[in-house]
Design a protein around this ligand. Structure first.
Ligand code: GLY
Length: 278
């Protein structure tokens, strides 16, 4: 979801079956798998350069969308919430990542008939703006509210139309600032923030990833990057063009979090392929 003081990131290697990914708002295009894997490695390096210790989980050959590791769960400073995907093909991803995040956070779950994907949750301070989308339903949002209210969070539903997740169309790259595509997101709930619209020829540009002192922007959105630089933000462009063909954004490729280990400490290595240190 982006994190102003992230110390850790989880990512998962690109699946060899990426070409069979879920697509909702894009036509299917040929994906160069090797290029996608190289771009993913560059993305990992960009996280490491931002001061994050990146844990790389192994490829899941049969799970086409498993590289989009943010979607099965939501990690807060206090707990992690295992979501339920709104796409049948992605249901198994949660069970695979649960034991990994269990090393860092206590886990609670969204239960059926609720659905909730991490890509739909934009945290700004103690508010969890949550997209009502094809992947996250009202019941999932209500359960999120009940699970997080005791921790002091407020949950605000936001209507998403025309894009996959809330963060496909809106992120907060700077304090008090919302970068958004107004065609896709109901912005009425964000009136207290300054809203910066992406250029109409860069509809996907609103998906930025804030990591510590910098803002990652997709290389396909150079005008958006320029707008953010002009505001003094420390912008770094990352090319994820092959992954974008699978309806990816910068945010959904990692789970960022901070803080001490509060789960069991042993056995994490069983889940790892490699660890890249910053
Ligand atoms: N291909 C990304 C998703 O639909 O979850």
């Amino acid at each position: 979801m982006g994190h102003p003081s992230a110390t850790r990131a989880l990512v998962r290697k690109v699946s060899r079956s990426l070409a069979a990914c879920e697509l909702r708002h894009l036509p299917r295009q040929i994906i160069d798998l090797q290029r996608a894997a190289r771009q993913h490695e560059d993305y990992v390096r960009a996280l490491a350069a931002a001061g994050v210790n990146v844990t790389v989980l192994p490829e899941e050959p049969a799970l086409a969308d498993s590289v989009f590791v943010e979607d099965p769960l939501l990690v807060l400073d206090e707990i992690a919430i295992l979501g339920r995907s709104g796409a049948a093909s992605r249901e198994r991803e949660g069970e695979l990542i649960a034991p990994v995040i269990g090393h860092f956070r206590s886990l609670v779950r969204i239960e059926a008939p609720g659905t909730l994907e991490g890509g739909d949750v934009l945290r700004i301070g103690k508010t969890l703006f949550t997209g009502l989308s094809s992947r996250t339903n009202r019941e999932g949002i209500e359960q999120l509210r009940r699970l997080t209210a005791p921790l002091g969070y407020e949950v605000t539903a936001v209507e998403v139309r025309g894009c996959l997740h809330l963060k496909t169309g809106a992120t907060s790259p700077g304090s008090g600032l919302l970068l958004a595509n107004p065609a896709w997101i109901d912005l009425s709930t964000f009136r207290h923030l300054e809203i910066l619209a992406v250029p109409t020829d860069e509809p996907w540009g609103a998906n930025t990833l804030s990591v510590n002192d910098r803002v990652l922007v997709a290389a396909s959105a150079p005008k958006t990057a320029g707008l953010l630089r002009a505001r003094g933000l420390n912008v770094h462009c990352v090319d994820i063009s092959e992954l974008q063909k699978a309806e990816a954004g910068l945010t959904c490729l990692s789970v960022l979090f901070a803080g001490p280990v509060v789960g069991q400490s042993g056995g994490l290595a069983d889940h790892l392929n490699e660890v890249v240190y910053s």
